[in-house]
Design a protein around this ligand. Structure first.
Ligand SMILES: NC(=O)c1ccc[n+]([C@@H]2O[C@H](COP(=O)([O-])OP(=O)(O)OC[C@H]3O[C@@H](n4cnc5c(N)ncnc54)[C@H](OP(=O)(O)O)[C@@H]3O)[C@@H](O)[C@H]2O)c1
Length: 335
């Protein structure tokens, strides 16, 4: 049997940076890539080749690899629509052209492709016609179209569709909400205010997404299919606020507003001047993750379940507490 040799894209980012050590532990040979120079914490055992997937020749990057884990992409937190289209759709098309020889092409998509506005049958199954409402979801669906087109031509493709991913290394979404809580704690607030109307959340822990990626790279019945990846807990915004508040010794105030943006910014600057690494994204809107409604929130996990995969990080409160400890250990939050 050929030695498994993975090309992992997006390794200067959050998820792929966690996938590389997991692959090495499982005995894979790994070639990692990103646009920026080699990250300091990339394991020595991984080869690193910097490349822009939309501008550089990708033949050498893909030479010899048996598998591709394609995680590079651009999201709305940091990129314009033009960048999202280019770095998701064009990059995926070019990579597929250069890697059509692989045994498996594992593509990281997103449940944002389903959209939030048009009601889809619930729980949302992977074979539904997607209806992305926002630019990011549209770009991720555009990238998937490229994947499915190559799949029809015989490339063995597998698509993962995770929800919001949290855990060590995350810098956006739940991470920003954790930062918001730390800011209000540092400002001396005893309670974390959350909007009165509860809003259902959907999350998955990074460890489970990495385990699902490894599992689907080998599962015999995964080729040609898409898989929702969600922890199935669906906490309300009030539940999430209670967990976050608990990590910082605060109570929850349902219906309150919290600090305004200016005050939050000033406290954040003070935290950074006192030695906190500004690694977690500060968002002008506090608890932004918990302000978006989604009528298609509930997702079917029948497809992933049918492959024999089981999630491990299903104690949400414990996982968030571990995550906060990790941020403190890296000084991404004050100790
Ligand atoms: N994080 C989530 O909650 C979440 C949820 C669902 C789906 N996803 C999907 O999962 C994947 C990974 O997400 P993430 O949060 O780890 O992303 P991230 O931290 O924003 O990292 C994005 C990565 O993509 C690379 N990249 C972007 N454009 C590129 C290009 N033209 N050429 C080469 N590399 C390029 C970046 O490289 P440089 O930084 O070096 O420029 C970086 O390594 C993405 O496809 C995302 O859509 C993420």
């Amino acid at each position: 049997m050929t030695e498994p040799f993975a090309l992992v894209t997006g390794t200067t980012g959050f998820i792929a940076a966690r996938l590389v050590p997991a692959l090495l532990t499982e005995g894979w040979r790994v070639r990692a890539t990103g646009r920026r120079p080699r990250p300091d914490d990339l394991p020595d055992a991984a080869e690193y080749v910097p490349a822009d997937l939309v501008a550089d020749d990708l033949a050498e990057l893909c030479a010899g690899v048996t598998h591709v884990f394609h995680l590079a992409g651009a999201s709305s937190s940091k990129s314009s629509q033009e960048e999202m289209d280019r770095d998701n759709v064009d990059a995926t098309a070019r990579l597929l052209d250069a890697a059509s020889h692989v045994e498996r092409f594992v593509h990281m998509s997103s449940t944002s492709i389903y959209g939030e506005e048009k009601q889809l049958p619930l729980p949302v199954r992977e074979d539904v016609e997607p209806n992305a409402s926002r630019g990011y979801g549209k770009a991720k669906w555009g990238a998937e179209q490229e994947v499915w087109a190559r799949g029809r031509q015989g490339v063995p493709v597998v698509v993962l569709r995770p929800v919001t991913v949290y855990g060590p290394g995350a810098t956006k979404l739940l991470a920003s909400a954790i930062l918001d809580t730390a800011i209000e704690r540092a400002a001396g607030l005893p309670r974390l205010a959350v909007a009165a109307e509860p809003m259902e959340q959907r999350l998955v822990h990074i460890d489970d997404l990495i385990a699902a990626s490894l599992h689907l790279a080998a599962a015999p019945d995964a080729v040609g299919r898409a898989f929702n990846v969600v922890d199935g807990i669906y906490p309300s915004s009030h539940d999430v606020a209670a967990v976050l508040a608990g990590c910082f010794g605060m109570d929850v105030e349902v219906g309150g507003e919290g600090l305004d943006e200016d005050r939050r910014r000033r406290v954040h600057e003070r935290m950074v001047s006192q030695g906190m690494e500004p690694a977690i994204l500060f968002t002008p809107d506090r608890l932004r993750l918990m302000t978006k409604t989604n009528r298609n929130n509930r997702l079917s996990t029948e497809a992933l379940d049918s492959t024999g995969f089981r999630l491990a990080r299903t104690d949400f409160a414990a996982a968030v507490a571990d995550n906060v400890d990790w941020y403190r250990s890296k000084r991404w939050l004050p100790g």
